[in-house]
Design a protein around this ligand. Sequence first.
Ligand SMILES: [Zn+2]
Length: 88
Amino acid sequence: MTSAVMTPTFVANSRCECQATLTAQLTEDRTVVAGSALLIGKREPAPAHSIHPEREVFDIGFLCPFCGRNVMRTFAASALTRTGRPAA
Ligand SMILES: [Zn+2]
């Protein structure tokens, strides 16, 4: 264990084929700490994980709780929405 606090500082959003909005909360090093999906006002937890988060362009895999699809989306680290400060 490290002493690093797993505080999400970025959020990545995408859209599933079933129109659910998939959201992943990421730490500064782009590790997913929480995923969720929103469809017609209903939010459900969605398992999500990042693949090669050390790269500038990396993938996040979501498991959509509404349709059961495995959704892979590519994100550019520099384009992620920042929601918090980096851990001091
Ligand atoms: Zn879906």
